[in-house]
Design a protein around this ligand. Structure first.
Ligand code: PRP
Ligand code: URA
Length: 214
């Protein structure tokens, strides 16, 4: 992992396996099935890195040979995928942390204004006692992530991280301006947004590529 000097709230996960898989996911020839598998795998690898600093508490178990002092995560983990594309990252992370709960926030961008439209929200009632990771493959203008984090903070969440695959500099700035306390973990910061608010070079429309709706 490495923090970026100009973006103190951003950590780029440069692990070579993550970067190789992201490169295949970006490739326009990669079909739905492989794209879906890659998004799950990349999410799992990145989650392994970003959960490193979560506190543990003691948990004692009996092995077949006798007592053993072990540990478990001190606070529960809540994953919050932004519908739809965030759903593609859930299963991969649950393989890593099966005890995690999943809250859902449905947001889409109005294609003309690029403004976020929130249409669904279902969160664990005790989300404030847990560590929260918001997951979405794309951080473009950050309208969707900012709206989602607004909702999570209103619900009481205090420990929030963002995990996305590809980010735009414009979105990183907009997220920092609104939620400077929320760290962003990404596999890439790309060049820019185009006139339609898509990340360039990006990987296209993540939801369409995941669900075959292009
Ligand atoms: C995509 C993506 C993010 C959002 C990013 O979702 O998954 O949620 O766009 O753009 P932003 O940073 O400018 O808000 P989209 O609106 O296409 O909805 P979908 O997942 O339902 O396809
Ligand atoms: N949403 C996507 O799915 N891709 C982008 O490049 C921007 C927003």
């Amino acid at each position: 992992m490495s923090s970026e000097g100009s973006w103190p709230n951003v950590t780029i996960i440069r692990h070579p396996v993550v970067q190789e898989q992201l490169t295949v996911a970006r490739d326009r020839r990669t079909g739905v099935e492989q794209f879906r598998r890659l998004v799950g795998q990349i999410a799992r690898l990145m989650a392994f890195e970003i959960t490193r600093d979560y506190p543990s508490k003691a948990r004692n178990v009996e092995t077949p040979m006798g007592p053993c002092a072990g540990s478990e995560l001190a606070r529960g983990l809540t994953l919050v995928p932004i519908l739809r594309a965030g759903l593609g990252m859930v299963d991969g992370i649950l393989e890593l942390v099966p005890s995690a709960r999943v809250g859902h926030v449905g947001i889409y961008r109005n294609e003309k204004t690029l403004q976020p439209v929130t249409y669904y929200c279902k969160l664990p009632p005790d989300i404030g006692q847990t560590d929260v990771i918001v997951i979405d493959p794309m951080l473009a203008t950050a309208g969707s992530l900012n709206a989602c984090i607004d909702v999570l903070k209103k619900a009481g969440a205090t420990s929030i991280k963002v995990l996305c695959l590809v980010s735009a500099p414009e979105g990183i700035r907009a997220l920092r301006d609104r939620h400077a306390d929320v760290p962003v973990y990404t596999a890439a910061v790309d060049e820019k947004l185009n006139e339609r608010g898509y990340i360039v070079p990006g990987l296209g429309d993540a939801g369409d590529r995941l669900f075959g709706t292009a």
